[in-house]
Write a protein that binds this ligand. Structure first.
Ligand code: 6IA
Length: 141
C-alpha cells in the first residue's frame, strides 16, 4: 500500500511568524504519511524572498501536488490568501481537509473556514493538543 500523501498548507506571503510551528507540524505529519510541501516549514523561505519561481509555476505546481494528495492539513492561525485558496480547492476536490487553529485574543478565524462543512476544524492551545488533533484526524476519529 502506498504511503498517504499529505499536503501541508501554511502562510508564506501572509507572514512567517509561525514558521517554526509549521516545521513541527510537518514532522508530526511525517508519522502518518509523506508531506509533499516540506518547504512551507523552511525558514529560508520568507515572505520577502519566497521561492525564486514564477507565480504561475508555483500555482500550477502546488495545485498539482494538492490534486495528488490524499489529505490537506492547514495551519490557519496566520491569515493567508494562499492557504484559504488551497483549502477551498481541497474541499472542492473532496479531499480530507483538517484546519488547525490557535485561538488568541484579538483575532478571529474567517467564517469561510470556520463555517465550511467540507472540512474538520480543530482548535488547539499547545503541542500536546496539536499532536492529539492530528492523531485523531488520521485515525478517522
Ligand atoms: O498567500 P500565501 O503566500 O501566504 O500562501 C501560502 C500557501 O500558498 C502555502 O500553503 C503554499 O502551499 C502556497 N505558496 C505560496 N507561495 C509559495 C511559494 N513561493 N512556494 C511554494 N508554495 C507557495 C512564494 C513566493 C512568493 C513569496 C513570491
Amino acid at each position: 500500500m502506498r504511503a498517504m500523501r499529505i499536503y501541508f498548507a501554511g502562510s508564506i506571503s501572509g507572514g512567517r511568524e509561525d514558521v517554526q510551528l509549521y516545521a513541527e507540524i510537518i514532522t508530526l505529519l511525517g508519522e502518518f504519511g509523506t508531506v509533499v510541501t516540506e518547504h512551507v516549514g523552511d525558514r529560508s523561505l520568507t515572505a520577502e524572498t519566497g521561492e525564486d519561481l514564477e507565480p504561475r509555476l508555483i500555482h500550477d505546481r502546488d495545485l498539482q501536488w494538492l490534486r495528488s494528495a490524499d489529505a490537506l492539513v492547514a495551519e490557519v492561525s496566520t491569515p493567508s490568501l494562499g492557504v484559504g485558496y488551497e483549502i477551498a480547492y481541497g474541499v472542492q476536490l473532496r479531499k480530507r481537509v483538517l484546519c488547525l487553529y490557535r485561538p488568541a485574543q484579538g483575532r478571529r478565524l474567517s467564517a469561510m473556514v470556520a463555517g465550511c462543512p467540507g472540512l474538520r476544524l480543530i482548535e488547539y492551545g499547545d503541542a500536546e493538543e496539536l499532536r492529539t488533533a492530528i492523531k485523531h484526524f488520521f485515525s478517522g476519529e
